[in-house]
Write a protein that binds this ligand. Structure first.
Ligand code: ADP
Length: 680
């Protein structure tokens, strides 16, 4: 019994020892003092098994190393103590170049303050922020850094890195898509995106509204049946567009479902993404209906204005004609009075006054006629080689009455040799006449007018200077505009219309020259400078024979005057009678023909606007008869437009003269006609 007790006590003792050993092991494990556990079974033949700590945390190490997110353990200064493989991939660096180095090296400088703050905050609690990481190859990568303190006595932080680039890309895509949607929703134009076959993939709100239906997944041409603006009814062919060719600014029409027609501007071009792939075609349709309506309205107004302008020209031509009619007999009367010496000095003076006023009136009427010619560009030049000095003198002479009337001193200077230019002598005389006339008009009585002709830099230059009222600086360019008058209120008695200088400019310009005005200011006189190209040596047409036409009056002639204005006809007849010619008159077309048949005149002076048969009819009738083969027919009319002259010539007249016809002109008509000549 005592043996059994002793054995039981030994066994109990052994169990106590094992328990103490097990408790010590657990304490050591719990105290972290165990590196490995060796487990063996004494009775077992199997070798003892060793459980090391390494084996215990290996799964965790593997877990950390292979997890999707990059992570690292840092000191509180940011030096990398450990990192997982994903972390090295993110930085595109070898692990050994990362470990032991501050992570700050790999952070984009603007993000450094954020990172430092993270390290600080992470010690207290989990902190997160976005920063930019710089990879080994320089690429920048957006990331979220999550930092929290490492526990268990390690002085450092644990870093969790989330690569944001994919998320950012998605965000961008979503934002892009939202923007695209907003654009399509709000853009004013109809924008339609089609695939390469012409099926609508996307369409703006305006495109929906335009076609009045949902165009998506339908053929573009079916929903938008467009026809060409320049060929109504012809469908717009978009085959080239589907092939990827761009199309810009094609004007098209579209009948909306409601029946209202829209005028559109079509633009199309391929939709190409980065990499060059053509995804489809973008078409824009801009509504230009109101633009076109405005254009049509403008066109309508312009044509209305043109019509009004034409009517104004016609009115001016008619007015000039009507004003010329009374002028003609007045001038004829004056000529007759001039042929008879008057004893009464007062009567003589009155006659001079009338003569000057008639000249003034004639000039005004001529200017009026020229306006319509200026406006229609119908001034035709008889260009020839002329001595500019002679033409300038002629111009001065036409203005002599105005100069003399105000007792101005006029000086003319020119080189001794001729100054040859290619020009229309009459028109140049008209230019100079207008300028000298203005100089006389706008200068106080007894002023000085100087006309100087010289050659400068290969051009002929005429300067017309006066000591008159001058022109303000700001008006110098404007005085050449039609109907511009600087001194409107000053001298209405001069009766100008503001046409003269516009005419001057137009005439000089069509001669290839320039004209400009100078003045030192009000009261300091003015100067007008005309520059014309010198004759370049090439001959243009025959030189006009220089004949003293007034001296070429021939012997007594039979003259028939046909004019329904009896005063004009009779005064002309009296004048011709005094010059020693036999004259008969008629007041309408048929009686003109009858008189001519009986009288067989050598010269017929015929008005155009005649009762019963007009002047064209009369001349056509008479010229068809052999007995009038030698007769000279002269149209005597108030209409001086180019087309009037052309019509006279075409109807068989030998000359076309504008009333009133002066004595000198009348005398030239009385010489024998010259073959092929047409006088105006
Ligand atoms: P008009 O003399 O019929 O008014 P013009 O076209 O010849 O028309 O001249 C336009 C304007 O230019 C005149 O009204 C006048 O105010 C100004 N002007 C023209 N010539 C002179 C000049 N020599 N001196 C001062 N002003 C002038």
């Amino acid at each position: 019994m005592s043996d059994a007790l002793a054995a039981a006590q030994r066994e109990l003792e052994e169990l106590r020892l094992r328990l103490a050993e097990a408790q010590e092991t657990i304490r050591a494990i719990q105290g972290g003092e165990i590196d490995a556990l060796v487990i063996s079974d004494a009775e077992d033949s199997e070798p003892p098994r060793v459980f090391t700590l390494d084996a215990a945390d290996k799964p965790y190490r593997l877990l950390v190393d292979q997890m999707h997110h990059a992570s690292a353990a840092l000191t509180i200064d940011g030096v990398v103590l450990a990192c997982n493989t994903q972390f090295t991939r993110l930085l595109r660096r070898e692990r050994q170049t990362i470990l032991g180095q501050p992570l700050q090296q790999h952070i984009d400088p603007p993000g450094l303050p954020v990172f430092e703050a993270l390290l600080r905050d992470g010690l207290a609690a989990l902190a997160e922020s976005e920063v930019m990481l710089r990879r080994a190859d320089g690429e920048r990568l957006p990331i979220v850094l999550g930092v929290r303190a490492l526990h268990e006595g390690v002085a450092g932080v644990c870093l969790l890195v989330v690569d944001l680039s994919e998320q950012k890309r998605r965000e961008r895509l979503i934002a892009d898509e939202a923007t695209a949607r907003a654009i399509l929703e709000q853009v004013a134009d109809a924008v339609v995106v089609c695939d390469n076959e012409g099926t609508v993939l996307r369409a703006s709100r305006a495109a929906h509204d335009l076609c009045g239906t949902n165009p998506l997944f339908q053929r573009f041409e079916r929903v938008f049946a467009l026809s060409r603006h320049d060929a109504p009814g012809t469908r717009v062919d978009l085959d080239a567009v589907w092939r990827g060719e761009p199309l810009r600014g094609l004007e098209v029409s579209f009948d909306r479902p409601g029946g209202k027609r829209a005028e559109l501007m079509l633009g199309a071009g391929p939709l190409v993404v980065a990499g060059g792939e053509r995804l489809g075609v973008v078409i824009t349709l801009t509504d230009i209906t109101s633009l076109r309506e405005a254009e049509d309205e403008l066109r309508r107004r312009a044509s209305e204005l043109q019509a009004v302008d034409r009517r104004k020209d016609e009115f001016l031509a008619m007015l000039a004609h009507e004003l010329r009619n009374p002028l003609s007999p007045i001038q004829s009367s004056l000529e007759i009075m001039n042929l008879q010496a008057l004893d009464d000095p007062l009567a003589n003076q009155c006659r001079d006054v009338i003569e000057r006023q008639v000249q003034q009136l004639t000039r005004l009427v001529d200017d009026l006629l020229e306006v319509s010619r200026i406006n229609t560009g119908k001034i035709q030049l008889q260009m020839e080689r002329i001595d500019l000095g002679a033409a300038v003198l002629r111009g001065i002479e036409t203005s002599r009455p105005a100069v003399d009337a105000k007792r101005h001193r006029l000086q003319f200077a020119c080189p001794p040799e001729p100054v040859w230019v290619r020009a229309d002598a009459t028109r140049i005389a008209q230019v100079i006449g207008n300028l000298v006339n203005n100089a006389a008009k706008y200068t106080e009585i007894g002023g000085d007018i100087g006309v100087r002709l010289e050659c400068e830099d290969g051009r002929a230059v005429v300067r017309v200077r006066d000591s008159g009222i001058g022109i303000p600086q700001e008006m110098l360019a404007e005085v050449f505009d039609l109907f511009t008058q600087v001194h409107r209120s000053l001298d209405r008695s001069q009766g100008g219309l503001g046409i003269g200088l516009a005419l001057v400019k137009r005439l000089v310009t069509i001669h290839g020259g320039q004209v400009e005005a100078h003045s030192d200011g009000p009261g300091l006189g003015s100067e007008f400078v005309v520059r014309l190209p010198l004759w370049d040596g090439e001959r243009v047409g025959p030189e006009a024979p220089r004949v003293d036409k007034a001296a070429a009056a021939g012997p007594s002639l039979r003259v028939l005057v046909i004019d329904d204005n009896r005063d004009a006809a009779e005064l002309l007849a009296a004048l011709l009678g005094m010059l020693g010619h036999k004259v008969q008159t008629a007041a309408d077309g048929p009686s003109g023909i009858a008189t001519a048949l009986a009288f067989v005149p050598q010269l017929v002076l015929c008005d155009i606007g005649l009762p019963l048969l007009d002047g064209y009819g009369v001349v056509a009738d008479l010229r068809a008869r052999p007995e009038f083969a030698e007769t000279r027919f002269v149209a005597l009319t108030g209409y001086g437009r180019t087309e009037d002259r052309q019509r006279s010539q075409a109807s068989g007249f030998h000359a076309h003269l504008i009333k009133p016809v002066g004595l000198a002109k009348l005398k030239t008509l009385l010489r024998p006609p010259q073959a092929g000549e047409f006088e105006t």
